[in-house]
Design a protein around this ligand. Structure first.
Ligand code: NAD
Length: 284
């Protein structure tokens, strides 16, 4: 049976590291501050925002959230972001996605550009979470076959970018042989690719997409998916990933659960990025 990788436990490790870095920065009069801009009333976005604000305050950072209705104009959003970027008291800024009907993803272009050139950068938190889970669990990537299921620009793509790139570059990569599957990948092909993979990263948002029968014995399975399913017995909503956890646990070498896997690690990586931003901030 697989080692169940606890994202909660690994997130605790990162939180400890971030907390000690934060204390040092506070002693220098530079308390990291995370600002979140939240647009509209998407329930999940409010939950993610609260998790990050709680983590920030537990770690000794300050944080603030600015709420805007979904009717906010693109112009006002860009002005807000520009104002916050110039505000020296703010170290980290994030716009909680999804934005209702708006895409201001463009402001990530410099970071994504650096990420793709293997330069040091702010790695998107979910991809960074997957990377740290693999590193801290000691899962080998060099020369291994990795299947990333999902090719979105903020999740699947940056995960694939980290894992395929060169380990000796400025922003070290995993030197794995990476294949990406997505909604146009025929199911038989997905199964074939999964059967060859030493590491499977599921980020499709499709419950039970990754079943035990399609996996290689001993594979490492990292589940990024977050799906809300109604329990047929209790009628209650519960969170599941993209992986058939109970069956896959018996066949895989490592597995990260949902909840308690990538989710808490992604929050921890936002905290780590905020501290990095505070460290890199120019001192006046
Ligand atoms: P998205 O909807 O933008 O992308 C989904 C991707 O999955 C697409 O590339 C699509 O082609 C692919 N896909 C869809 N159906 C498929 C199928 N049947 N077979 C293979 N590929 C398929 O979503 P996203 O933003 O990339 O997020 C993916 C999942 O990860 C979602 O469930 C989301 O809730 C979750 N997520 C989790 C975290 C976290 O912190 N744990 C963060 C972000 C997203």
């Amino acid at each position: 049976a697989a080692t169940v990788v606890s994202g909660r436990e690994l997130a605790r490790q990162i939180h400890k590291e971030v907390q000690s870095d934060t204390a040092k920065l506070v002693a220098q009069g530079n308390r990291p501050h995370l600002s979140v801009i939240l647009v509209g009333d998407d329930h999940a976005s409010h939950t993610y925002m609260r998790n990050k604000a709680r983590a920030a305050s537990l770690l000794g950072m300050s944080s603030s959230t600015i709420f805007r209705p979904s009717s906010v104009s693109q112009e006002e959003m860009l002005e807000l972001i520009d104002k916050f970027n110039r505000d020296r008291s703010i170290s980290g800024l994030l716009v909680q996605l999804p934005l209702p009907e708006k895409d201001v993803d463009g402001f990530h272009i410099v970071n994504i550009g650096k990420l793709c050139l293997d330069q040091r950068c702010m790695v998107p938190a979910t991809a960074a979470a997957v990377w740290e889970i693999i590193r801290r669990t000691g899962i080998e990537t060099v020369g291994k076959n990795v299947l990333v299921v999902g090719h979105s620009k903020n999740v699947g793509m940056p995960i694939a970018m980290l894992l395929h790139s060169d380990r000796n570059h400025e922003r070290p990569g995993g030197d794995a042989t990476v294949v990406m599957a997505h909604r146009c990948t025929p199911l038989p092909r997905l199964k074939e690719l999964a059967s060859l993979a030493d590491i499977v990263i599921a980020a499709a948002g499709v419950p039970h997409l990754i079943t035990a029968d399609i996996l290689k014995e001993g594979a490492a399975v990292i589940d990024v998916g977050i799906n809300r399913l109604q329990d047929p017995v209790t009628g209650k909503l519960r969170l599941v990933g993209d992986v058939d956890f109970e069956a896959v646990k018996e066949k895989a070498g490592f597995i990260s659960p949902v909840p308690g896997g990538v989710g808490p690690m992604a929050v921890a990586m936002v905290m780590k990025n905020t501290v990095t931003a505070a460290k890199n901030a120019p001192t006046y």
